[in-house]
Design a binder for this molecule. Structure first.
Ligand SMILES: [Zn+2]
Ligand SMILES: [Zn+2]
Length: 179
């Protein structure tokens, strides 16, 4: 999806995109799917693009559901994601950055560069998709994980292995208190 900057109005320009309706978002969903991420819902992005002479500022929110593998029990589960992001878009003309001030002013802001008269949204949304994914996810806070000895999923039922052999900081603390 290319936005022609000449067609933008002063102030915020708001857009709503969905993978089921907008083909370029469908393509983003297909690409992240090929990269091994199973998106279980439409990919939705609300974007607001504001001109900040000579650069642009993109504020966005993405929402979708993605299949994840639990870091504790290894079961697949559905993780709903709501991801907000801010990206500064520095305008590059004839290979030169017109302004780098936007990068220096706010160190937390992601800075992307665009060339010419249009802003390509696909790569930005795709990058934000990957940034939104957690490094590790658990199916639920109370997930008991799998037994280190027999490999049983302890959410299903407790196993017969002796729990005393489990080494956790708490069990060590407990033994210390008893002695
Ligand atoms: Zn789990
Ligand atoms: Zn066990």
């Amino acid at each position: 999806m290319k936005l022609l900057i000449s067609q933008l109005i002063e102030g915020p320009n708001s857009f709503h995109f969905e993978s089921q309706r907008d083909s370029w978002m469908g393509e983003v969903a297909a690409r992240v799917g090929k990269a091994g991420h199973k998106v279980l819902s439409p990919l939705v992005a609300d974007l607001s693009l504001t001109k900040l002479e000579p650069d642009y500022y993109l504020r966005g929110q993405m929402s979708f559901e993605v299949e994840q593998s639990c870091a504790r029990c290894a079961e697949a589960f559905t993780l709903p994601i709501q991801h907000s992001f801010d990206v500064a878009l520095a305008h590059v003309e004839h290979g030169r950055v017109k302004s780098v001030e936007i990068a220096g002013e706010s160190e937390e802001l992601d800075v992307n560069f665009f060339d010419g008269n249009e802003i390509e949204l696909g790569p930005i949304v795709e990058e934000q998709f990957f940034l939104s994914l957690p490094y590790q996810a658990v199916c639920k806070d109370s997930c008991k994980g799998i037994c280190q000895q027999c490999g049983k999923n302890l959410n299903v039922e407790p196993c017969a292995c002796a729990t005393g052999q489990k080494l956790s900081p708490f069990s060590i603390l407990h033994e210390y208190k008893l002695s």
